[in-house]
Design a protein around this ligand. Sequence first.
Ligand code: NAP
Ligand code: MG
Length: 406
Amino acid sequence: MGKIQMTTPLVEMDGDEMTRVLWQIIKDELLLPFIDLKTEYYDLSLVKREETKDQITIDSANAALKYGVAVKCATITPNAQRVEEYNLSQMWKSPNGTIRAIMDGTVFRAPILVRGIEPYVRTWKKPITIARHAYGDVYKNTEMKCFEKGTAKIVFTSEKGETRESEIFTFTEDEGGVIQGMHNRCNSIKSFARSCMNYALDTKQDLWFATKDTISKQYDHTFKDIFAEVFETEYKEKFEAAGITYFYTLIDDVVARVIRSEGGYIWACKNYDGDVMSDMLATAFGSLAMMTSVLVNPDGKYEYEAAHGTVTRHYYKHLQGEETSTNSVATIFAWTGALNKRGELDGNADLQKFAKALEKATIDTIEEGYMTKDLALITTIPKEEIHQVNSRGFILEIRKRLEALL
Ligand code: NAP
Ligand code: MG
């Protein structure tokens, strides 16, 4: 049988450490034997980023905008220790941050559900997708310690020179206190709303959004109002036609509803809520290694990746010739997500069918008891039915099942 052909290339963003090792095995064993894989390759390894003064990251993000679909391997975000380890001329910024800024996207994270890895919440039957607004709020704040008596104010000076101010607090005790100022941009909130609504239509899931607008009558209420306006003017009819709903409530109410729900919707979160809640959901669904992530921009450009990092600890073992049992599921699903989207945009049904088959082969492999160590530790499958496999062994088990399916 001939290989599946592609018309438009995928933007391929290679990465670092253990995930880079997995990346190559996935390509060699699960993709190249079956697809005439067309990619525009960008090496985002830290070595290459240093060599190109990080230009490669910018180029890859622009390529993602040009072609519309990218798949990314996990990458090192340098800290002081990495600067030393890699002899860097600069502490390069997080590639994900750079790509997010260029694509102006929203990150959607969803768990991959398999039988045998059960969510801690009994009622959850379907994935819950978190959409995190990755701009502003406390992540771009200005704060100050004011450990003395005095008055703190918030001041806005318009371009015309008009000034508005209001008091935050008057500290009357010697110890004083702390203050904080944050912002968000109406355009960023609008983009966030559109990304969420497009993704809801795309995946045919209801959209939930929540803030604390009863307490934050200006700040959070603006988020609520912008979402309502974007929905009413641009999406209401499309949602009706697709049979999905948009639902707004308070953040504390939504948390209670999420726990009672059976899943199967998108939960849009302000930046901080998304940061905290996505870690809670990943753990509650079973494992960070089973969490996919996709960056979607308001014009419908996509970048798929795993939610976890480069799994450094396993990589050092690998370098010492020790066996590793690193879970490649989220990275495989980054590829299938990208291939499926490419197929959808190009009208390439064979490519979409292949992506679905690879997902099924991966899930079947785990459900038949073949899994990496992280899953073997938490599975409900009886011990005597589990075959704990190493990093390559797991991918080879998937390949067997994929060949049978194709
Ligand atoms: P990490 O790579 O996600 O790994 C943390 C720990 O979680 C691992 O040591 C491992 O636990 C477990 N784990 C994560 N993914 C796994 C997998 N696929 N299979 C099995 N176990 C898995 O996070 P990190 O160690 O904090 O960060 C390492 C590097 O990744 C850093 O340089 C960071 O900058 C980067 N990072 C990149 C991204 C990204 O590109 N999107 C995201 C986060 C972090 P055990 O050691 O207990 O087995
Ligand atoms: Mg977090």
